[in-house]
Design a protein. Structure first.
Length: 573
């Protein structure tokens, strides 16, 4: 037994303690693990390292550093990896159907590895969009002491003296296809947009959820900020390993940290930074793991009352590196706390409260990245939820950087993203149209694809501000313009979006929170009688299984009942 840790109630007692564990210990000896090391707590160090994209390529280094921290603090780390699907490469084709599905596969695989090997605690290192919420979901599901670590953002690229991100490459293709730039300039932009390891550099989904990791209390203060290429990331990794051992000593678990108030803090930082609409899926999914009812409308309630203060791309001017250099996520949290928009008494992985963590943080002057709440970019958040007869279960839109918040126009309907993209490339739409892309929801896609390629094409054509787009699918955190996602109920189960016809007048009002179609209830009912479900192409494999189990976007597109149905908790085995 360790002098510092009593293993009599830790999960790893099943694999390391007593004569009955002789065979288990033999496997450890084969890997060079000493008997003394087995007497310590066994800590899983999970990462989404792989060679699929720059988001993940540096995570092996950070996982190794986290292991050092665990060892220094008296634990025995065991590293393992899981999958990711990288949205930037999956975007614009059938591969994107795998993206949201991967969130649940990652969470499930981390759960199974931890359960199967009876690990006592978890450090989770993640880089690409869905892997961040997935790690946090696994942490609260297992409820063993856990610390989250972001892999860090990519450094900005440069083109003609300006910072660029991957969003600029997507939009450059739109400009190229409409003859605004030539192939040489497109090549120049794509060659310089991604100069280092790290996740996409704007306030897209990865950086949004990295901000969430600090705001929700699962990551060390300041750890979300440093770009992946900076050595400071290794220091945060070592500290994260030490921190998880401290949590074991304290007996502090993720569900002690992720409360309703912590979820509200997370929603507030999304609103304040003009973050990704995907947070409207991921926060309810994290809440589901805890058994907390916190749906899209709960997220929207916080969005509505939180000021938008961080001037970040895609709606603003600055990239993640700029936020880090200005003071990081902590200065956003400090501004929100001082303005009364944050619950300061929430516990965090430091063992201290949010207010205690921020006590010594001073809001910096002389920088333009983050404004004080007394002088916000807008008084309400950069993300808005909508509801109406076209979306009884709600929808979501990012309004950060938008000037026009109301759009009324005729529907132009497409039953797949590909059909919409073909029409847009050929410019078979009109100024003022509301482009409807349906049967792309969680069940109908299956997989709820993002539509960055479509929206970037519109912007590249100079029409991004002239049309609106609604879908039961999703939009990338890099999307800008009047683009409404997560429309529910989705078309695949007969939601109103399935019943809209070309020419129906659609109203989108982000001021009032309205998404409606000028069709009477009687007419919608009549159309519903003749509606027939559309059969998707994936009738076997992982996507079929996902479609069979996934729930509505309003509650996070979850694939299991969550903590409310729980009769057993892994941490207490």
């Amino acid at each position: 037994m360790s002098a510092k840790f009593d293993k009599s109630k830790l999960p790893s007692r099943y694999i390391t303690e007593g004569p009955k564990s002789a065979a288990h210990r033999a496997f450890f000896y084969a890997m060079g693990v000493s008997r003394e090391a087995m007497d310590r707590p066994i800590v899983g160090v999970a990462s989404t390292w792989n060679e699929t994209a720059p988001c993940n390529i540096a995570l092996r280094r950070e996982a190794q550093a986290a292991k050092l921290g665990v060892q220094e603090a008296g634990g025995t780390p065991r590293e393992f990896t899981t999958i990711t699907v990288t949205d930037g490469i999956a975007m614009g084709h059938q591969g994107m159907k795998s993206s949201l599905v991967s969130r649940d596969v990652i969470a499930d695989s981390v759960e199974l590895t931890m359960r199967g090997h009876s690990y006592d605690a978890l450090v989770g290192v993640a880089g690409c969009d869905k892997s961040l919420p997935a790690m946090m979901m696994a942490m609260v599901r297992l409820n063993v002491p856990s610390v989250f670590l972001y892999g860090g953002s990519i450094l900005p690229g440069k083109h003609k003296g300006k910072d660029i991100t991957i969003m600029d490459v997507y939009e450059a293709y739109g400009k190229f296809s409409s003859n605004q730039i030539d192939k040489a300039e497109l090549d120049e932009i794509e060659s310089h947009a991604c100069p280092s390891a790290g996740s996409c550099g704007g306030q897209f989904t990865a950086n949004t959820m990295a901000c969430v990791s600090e705001a929700i209390g699962l990551a060390l203060p300041g750890s979300a900020g440093a770009p992946a290429a900076y050595e400071a990331r290794d220091e945060f990794a070592v500290d994260s390993g030490r921190a998880v051992m401290n949590l074991l000593k304290l007996g502090l678990r993720p569900r002690d940290i992720v409360t309703r108030e912590a979820l509200e803090n997370a929603a507030a930082v999304v609103a304040a930074t003009g973050g990704s609409t995907n947070a409207g899926l991921h926060l309810p999914a994290i809440a589901n793991e805890c058994g907390i009812k916190f749906d899209l409308f709960d997220v929207g309630r916080i969005f509505k009352k939180t000021p938008y203060i961080a001037d970040l791309k895609p709606g603003g001017r600055f990239v993640a590196k700029d936020l880090f250099e200005a003071g990081g996520v902590q200065i956003v949290l400090k501004a929100l706390l001082e303005g009364g928009f944050l619950h300061g008494d929430c516990l965090t992985v430091t063992g201290k409260t949010m207010a205690e963590n921020l006590k010594s943080v001073k809001f910096p002057k002389g920088q333009e990245v983050v404004r004080p709440v007394s002088n916000p970019i807008t008084k309400t958040g950069g993300v808005v939820t909508l509801k109406g007869n076209l979306a009884p279960e709600g929808a979501i839109v990012k309004v950060a950087g938008m000037k026009k918040l109301v759009h009324v126009g005729p529907a132009r309907c497409f039953d797949t993203e590909e059909a919409a993209m073909t029409a847009i490339v050929k410019r078979k739409y009109k100024k003022g149209d509301v482009i409807v892309i349906r049967y792309e929801g969680p069940k109908g896609g299956p997989g709820m694809r993002e539509m960055l390629a479509v929206t970037s094409q519109l912007y590249g054509q100079g029409m991004g501000e002239e049309v609106a787009l609604i879908t039961d699918g999703r939009f990338s955190g890099a999307t800008r313009g009047f683009c409404i996602g997560h429309v529910g109920p989705e078309a695949a189960i007969g939601g109103p979006i399935a019943l809209v016809k070309d020419g129906d007048m659609v109203t989108i009002d982000a001021n009032k929170g309205e998404l409606s179609v000028a069709v009477t209830a009687a007419e919608l009912k009549k159309r519903a009688k003749s509606w027939k479900p559309r059969v998707h192409d994936y009738q076997s494999g992982a996507l079929w299984k996902y479609a069979a189990t996934v729930g509505s976007a309003v509650t996070g597109a979850c694939t299991h009942p969550g903590g409310r149905a729980e009769r057993h908790m892994y941490a207490d085995i």
